[in-house]
Design a binder for this molecule. Structure first.
Ligand code: NAG
Ligand code: NAG
Ligand code: NAG
Ligand code: NAG
Ligand code: NAG
Ligand code: NAG
Length: 519
């Protein structure tokens, strides 16, 4: 571990990161219109006419306290790809709930939203994304499918770790299981290696050391082993318990003199750290029938580990996990070198015909490197093709999926779900016009309006049909085009029309104009 090297990089990154520390504020409980027309044909999903069985809602929350062109790009990417109509948490809120004053406002305002949901929503899925530095790349049906693939595989590994001989997910509230996914981070941030969220983290993340570059302690070569709290997805009930645990931790540990007392990520990653500590200790006690040597169990840096004070009856299991492979969430800090805009235009005969792209970058600096293939997942290819067909009447010739450029994590081989621009916004500002759907944003808005109005199903996954939690305002006098879209604000239960929210930023959204840097 070359600590000084890491610190140098960190300080630069911290500076850059300060700009990203935006946040949120409050949620007034209001009666949101909800999706009711469950039997409508689905235009954005392949399961067009077979809705049967259980129906669950998908909620999209964006903590955002005020106007910004990057918020409008986030909203536009959600609208263009057919995500549920967004809820802005903490819109124009003040004091403790003002995200521009404290990052903890995000925790409070999202908590209020989760508390407002009825028990019948416990199994709904909630996706929370920071409002000012995120854009979607893939459609919601594939995102939801990936969410279940990733969490089920992780729960199976946890079942094995817990000593069973089955890969069936363990049941029960206190059993180790994964239902909440956070974004990955390449360093523990805020940095304090004594903190439980820094040292008590899983050693084996399923990616070998050195995969991101020589194992030399430089930030960008690290494994993404830590938690980023800017993107979170999980069931409403589990999210509520996890946010409540975070608020408890804030109540117990808040120190106004601490440099990072306002970092929601610090408290959330410590809730996760305590969970991992307790999981590991339970496993270790199966082998060490006495005192466990923590420095062997958790080989980290030569700093004093601050042990969590876990009482025997304390709840520590919150089903939290990290999306290490960025199937859903790609953070930026330390990852520029492993992101490539790939065109999946080569074909091969594997399981029928499969399209792929070739990577010729030798990220791990392996001797005798050979270029390798990354395959385009067929569910992603068909989902993107369905969306492009929606704009065909308006734009005429549409491209084949094999002609698009899709930004890919070339280490984990994922066309990531969304991009979260931690550590500086220049990357996401350039990315916007490079995204595959950018040329079609305006026609996609027009094409999506009927589905967003009726609350048509978004996906079929986990044996359930997924409908949006929120539809467009039925109150609006405008029923077509960009002006029919918008978002729900928690400020007074009100509808924020696209024109009010983003009318001033249409050049930034539709034309790709980026104003001079204002990080
Ligand atoms: C392990 O597998 C055996 C044989 O399939 C089964 O009888 C036993 O109950 C299993 N044990 C656990 C802990 O799941
Ligand atoms: C595939 O895409 C790359 C990058 O755009 C391009 O250079 C190459 O010519 C394309 N190959 C084919 C077979 O179209
Ligand atoms: C081909 O099918 C096998 C078995 O279903 C699967 O494991 C593999 O990932 C597939 N390969 C590709 C390139 O799709
Ligand atoms: C897209 O390209 C693939 C590979 O060249 C081809 O098989 C497919 O028919 C094309 N699809 C369309 C809609 O043109
Ligand atoms: C949207 O509404 C605004 C304000 O009424 C208007 O100026 C603008 O032309 C409308 N845009 C479209 C595309 O209709
Ligand atoms: C609906 O319209 C009424 C009358 O214009 C207005 O008072 C109310 O705030 C609107 N509700 C929403 C949710 O926009």
């Amino acid at each position: 571990m070359q600590f000084s090297n890491l610190s140098n990089r960190l300080s630069r990154w911290q500076w850059a990161g300060l700009g990203s520390l935006f946040v949120i504020a409050f949620i007034t409980l209001i009666q949101y219109p909800t999706a009711t027309s469950r039997s409508d044909p689905i235009s954005v999903s392949k399961n067009a006419d077979k809705i049967s069985g259980p129906v669950s809602k998908f909620h999209l929350l964006l903590p955002a306290s005020g106007y910004h062109f990057r918020l409008c790009r986030a909203l536009a990417s959600a609208i263009a790809l057919g995500y549920p109509v967004s809820v802005l948490n903490g819109w124009m809120k003040e004091g403790d709930l003002d995200a521009s004053k404290t990052h903890l406002a995000k925790v409070r305002t999202v908590m209020q939203y989760l508390d407002s949901l009825p028990p019948s929503s416990d199994d709904d899925l909630v996706l929370m994304i920071d409002g000012y530095d995120v854009v979607f790349q893939i459609p919601p049906d594939v995102l939801i499918e990936r969410y279940f693939d990733i969490t089920k595989a992780a729960s199976a590994r946890l079942a094995l770790r817990a000593g069973g001989n089955s890969t069936e997910s363990l049941t029960g509230d206190e059993a180790p299981r994964q239902t909440i996914l956070f974004g990955p981070e390449k360093v523990c941030y805020p940095v304090d290696w004594g903190r439980v969220g820094c040292w008590a983290v899983p050693q084996d993340i399923g990616i070998p050391r050195g995969a991101f570059g020589p194992d030399d302690g430089q930030l960008h070569h690290n494994l993404p082993r830590w938690l980023n709290s800017g993107t979170i997805m999980g069931p409403a009930k589990d999210m509520r318990l996890m946010f409540a645990a975070t608020l408890d931790r804030i109540a117990q540990h808040y120190d106004p003199n601490h440099d990072f007392s306002d970092s929601d990520q610090m408290y959330m990653s410590d809730v996760w750290g305590v969970q991992e500590y307790a999981r590991s200790m339970n496993e270790l006690r199966e082998y060490f029938h006495g005192e466990v040597d923590l420095n062997v169990a958790f080989p980290t840096y030569d700093v004093e580990k601050v042990l969590p004070n876990v009482t025997p009856d304390q709840k520590t299991e919150y089903h939290i996990g990290i999306d290490y492979r960025s199937g859903l969430f790609q953070t930026r800090a330390g990852s520029d070198h492993i992101l490539e805009m790939l065109t999946y235009n080569e074909t091969t005969e594997v399981n029928g015909t499969t399209t792929f792209a070739t990577v010729s970058q030798n990220i791990p600096e392996t001797p005798n490197f050979t270029p390798y293939k990354i395959y385009l997942p067929s569910n992603l290819a068909s989902s993107i093709a369905r969306i492009l067909r929606l704009v065909e009447p308006a734009v005429g010739a549409i491209p084949n999926v094999t002609e698009l450029r899709l930004e890919t994590n070339v280490v984990t081989k994922n066309v990531y779900g969304l991009f979260h621009s931690t550590g500086g916004k220049d990357y996401i500002d350039k990315l916007w016009t490079q995204l595959w759907f950018f040329p079609y944003v305006r026609p996609l808005f027009e094409a999506m309006v009927p589905a967003l109005q009726s609350g048509r199903a978004i996906a079929f996954a986990d044996g359930r049909t997924w409908v949006p939690s929120h539809t467009l305002s039925t109150n609006s006098s405008v029923t077509e085009g960009v002006n029919a879209t918008g978002a729900w604000a928690d400020i007074d239960g009100g509808w924020l029309s696209w024109h009010e929210l983003c009318g001033a930023f249409e050049a930034e959204v539709f034309d790709g104009y980026t104003p001079p840097m204002d990080d």
